[in-house]
Design a protein around this ligand. Structure first.
Ligand SMILES: Nc1nc2c(ncn2[C@@H]2O[C@H](COP(=O)(O)OP(=O)(O)OP(=O)(O)O)[C@@H](O)[C@H]2O)c(=O)[nH]1
Ligand SMILES: [Mg+2]
Length: 357
C-alpha cells in the first residue's frame, strides 16, 4: 500500500471547477462605475447630426456602466446552488449560512439593473437637449449604484468563498472513502499524512487542522482509497460548534464513507476519555454506529494495562469493541487499519474491495 498521486480528472468533483468568482464590494463597483462614466467616448463617424452626437455620448457611457455591472454581478448571480451537499455546506460555513442569499441578491441586482437600463436607454435617447440627456444618465447611474448598495451586503463573503474554494479538495466519487475523525490532538493528521498523499500539518496544539484535507492511497493497481483528515471536534452539541468543527461535521454528514474514530488512550491525553467518548456519541448521531470503527492511537506511549482498561470503558460506556491499536507516529498497525476500514466499507456499501487487494 502506498500513498500515490492520481489524475485529478478521474471522475472527480472539484469545487474550483464549479465556483468561479472574484471578490468585489460595493465600493469597488462604485469607483469603477464612476471611472467608466468619466471616460472619453468615441462616437461612430457616420453619425453626423450634432444633436444626435451629443445624446449618443451619454447613451454610450451608460451602456458601458450597465455592461460592467451586468458582467461583474452576473458572475455572482451564476454561482451554482445545486452543488454536492458537502460543498454546499462548506460554502454555507464560509458565508455564515448566507450563500443562497448572496446569489439571490446578485440576481436581483442584475434583473433590476437590466430593467432600469431598458427604461433609461429610451429616456436618454429621447432627451430633447444635451442637458437633459446628461441629467437622465446621471440619474441612471445613481439609481443603479443605489440598487447595488442595497443588495450587496453579502458580497463581503466573497473573499471567504474564494478561500474555501482554494482550500477544498476534489472528491473522487467512485473511490471508497475513509474519514478520520476524533477530538483535537488524537493524531488524525499524523495518520492521514503517513498513509496517503495528503501531508497535513501536525503540531501539539488543538485545531491545527482547520479544514477538511483529502489524500489518496493506492491499495494495488486500479484500487484506490480516499482518506479524509478532519478538524478536531469538541464535546459540545453540534449547534454550538465553531466553523472549524462544522467542516468536520460536513464531511461526516455528506460524504459517502466509513469513519475511523481515532482515540488517544494515554492517561495524559489532551482530552480525557470521557470527553472522547461523548464526541464518539456525537459522531455516531451523525453517521450511525454501523459506519464507525473505533481505533486507539499513540499505542507507542501507552502500556498494555491502560489499553485494556480503556477498551473496557469504550465497550461499557459507548458499546464499541476497539478494532485496533495503532501508532500513527511509527506506523505500527496502520496497514491493518486500512484493510479493516475497507472491510467495514464493503460491509456497509455492499462492495468487495478488501477481497481484491
Ligand atoms: N507518541 C505519539 N504521538 C503521536 C502519535 N500520533 C500523533 N502524535 C502526536 O500528537 C500530536 C497531535 O498530532 P496531530 O496529528 O496533529 O493530531 P490531530 O488529531 O490532527 O490534531 P488537530 O488537527 O488539532 O485536531 C503531535 O504532537 C503528534 O506528533 C502517535 O502515534 N504516537
Ligand atoms: Mg489535524
Amino acid at each position: 500500500m502506498e500513498a500515490t498521486s492520481v489524475n485529478k480528472e478521474l471522475n472527480s468533483l472539484c469545487l474550483d471547477d464549479m465556483v468561479r468568482v472574484k471578490p468585489t464590494t460595493f465600493n469597488d463597483i462604485r469607483l469603477k462605475v464612476l471611472e467608466i462614466f468619466a471616460q472619453k467616448t468615441f462616437l461612430p463617424p457616420n453619425v453626423r447630426d450634432e444633436h444626435k452626437r451629443k445624446i449618443l455620448r451619454y447613451v454610450i457611457k451608460c451602456e458601458r456602466v450597465f455592461g460592467f455591472i451586468a458582467a461583474e454581478v452576473s458572475s455572482i448571480a451564476r454561482l451554482p446552488t445545486n452543488l454536492h451537499p458537502f460543498y454546499l455546506e462548506l460554502l454555507n460555513i464560509a458565508t455564515e449560512d448566507h450563500y443562497k442569499d448572496l446569489v439571490t441578491s446578485a440576481k436581483k441586482i442584475v434583473a433590476i439593473t437590466s430593467e432600469l437600463w431598458r427604461d433609461y436607454r429610451r429616456k436618454i435617447m429621447n432627451s430633447p437637449t444635451e442637458e437633459e440627456a446628461n441629467r437622465n444618465s446621471r440619474e441612471f447611474v445613481g439609481r443603479v449604484l443605489s440598487i447595488v448598495r442595497r443588495n450587496s451586503k453579502y458580497f463581503s463573503y466573497l473573499q471567504e468563498i474564494t478561500k474555501t474554494v482554494r482550500a477544498t479538495p476534489c472528491i473522487v466519487t467512485e473511490w471508497p472513502t475513509i474519514i478520520v475523525a476524533g477530538m483535537p490532538q488524537v493524531g488524525k493528521s499524523t495518520l492521514v499524512g503517513r498513509i496517503s498523499t495528503a501531508k497535513p500539518k501536525v503540531s501539539p496544539y488543538p485545531f491545527t487542522t482547520k479544514t477538511v484535507v483529502l489524500g489518496h492511497v493506492k491499495l494495488r493497481e486500479g484500487i484506490y482509497l480516499q482518506v479524509v483528515d478532519t478538524p478536531g471536534i469538541l464535546d459540545r452539541p453540534v449547534e454550538e460548534m465553531n466553523v472549524i468543527e462544522r467542516k468536520a461535521v460536513a464531511a461526516l454528514r455528506y460524504l459517502n464513507a466509513v469513519t475511523v474514530y481515532l482515540m488517544d488512550p494515554s492517561p495524559d491525553a489532551y482530552y480525557g476519555y470521557e470527553q472522547q467518548l461523548n464526541v464518539l456519541k456525537s459522531v455516531e448521531s451523525i453517521v450511525g454506529k454501523e459506519k464507525i470503527m473505533v481505533v486507539f492511537n499513540k499505542i507507542d506511549r501507552v502500556d498494555e494495562n491502560r489499553v485494556r482498561y480503556c477498551q473496557e470503558l469504550v465497550k461499557n460506556i459507548a458499546g464499541y469493541s476497539v478494532k485496533l491499536a495503532i501508532s500513527a507516529l511509527n506506523g505500527y498497525n496502520v496497514d491493518k487499519l486500512l484493510v479493516e476500514a475497507l472491510k467495514l466499507y464493503d460491509g456497509v456499501y455492499g462492495t468487495d474491495y478488501h477481497r481484491r487487494i
